[in-house]
Design a protein around this ligand. Sequence first.
Ligand code: HPA
Ligand code: ZN
Length: 349
Amino acid sequence: MIDFDAIPRAALPDLLRRAPKAELHIHIEGSLEPELIFALAERNRLALAYPSVQALRAAYAFSDLQSFLDIYYAGASVLITEPDFYAMGAAYFARAAADHVVHAELFFDPQTHTERGIDIGVVIAGLARACADAKTRYGIDAALILCFLRHLSEDAALATLAQALPWRQHLLGVGLDSSELGHPPQKFARVFARARALGLRLVAHAGEEGPPAYIESALDVLQVERIDHGVRCLESPALVERLAALRMPLTVCPLSNVKLRVFDRLADHKLPALLDAGLCACVNSDDPAYFGGYINDNLVQTFAALPQLGPAQAYRLLRNSFEASFCGEGQRSAWIAELDAAFVAAAQH
Ligand code: HPA
Ligand code: ZN
């Protein structure tokens, strides 16, 4: 038993930083820092629309999801070779290791690259090599989730899945991202059915900007095992009840939600309500290079802004990250035991 009352609030930031955690909602292209964008542009002799790293960073002021996506796809255009994709992954894993991430499931957007003429094999080879290195270098267990761009057609998604098949062994699952409104999950029914038949795990962004009906469609039509974001479920009490009964994970990204104006301020974020409803929510960084922070920044800033969140909620969120992950059962128990030990030690000080 962990005595949460014995953990002072002042100990929380350090405990959140030190505790083991899983990151399940990170777009690897969203981890491209401006410095690396400039370095890769130079290496590949590409011209950028911004004169400096500072000017690029200054452009990171978004009004909604689409205004972010426009800049995010432009940033990813500097990725050309296998070492470029490797470098992007390696930079993320160095940050993740510093944040005590022990398990990471990385989203990547192959169509952002294949549409520019980059071979999907180059993309997957570089990222898979970064994942393998993360294990040997940091002990991080890492895997790849191929995301379909929902603003493109389902036929394009089917073609992408077919192109990825020679690299099937490097893929944990498939997801669905990009512009949500006007592109409901059911648009991708066939490609998710095919992915399921291939034994791939299924997730989808839903309920970030889209309505609760999109979350329902992700569950009913796509048969996903996790909802990315999902925060708009709170608009439908019946859906909240269903998600709680299923223990359907929601990968919540607080800093992203503020930067993309889903919530005005961190203090307005509905994470406490999600936890109070018994939902399996966890905290993630989404696109850390664009939204002002990696997973520990998300955790620490969110707890600082929301006095309703205390040690018991910290434990619940980190534990949920493991419960929501697609790791093996033995590994899951081992990490939860490590998490428990960190909280027991904090309660004894
Ligand atoms: N939502 C949808 N698509 C995305 C996101 C996001 O937050 N980040 C990168 N692609
Ligand atoms: Zn996302």
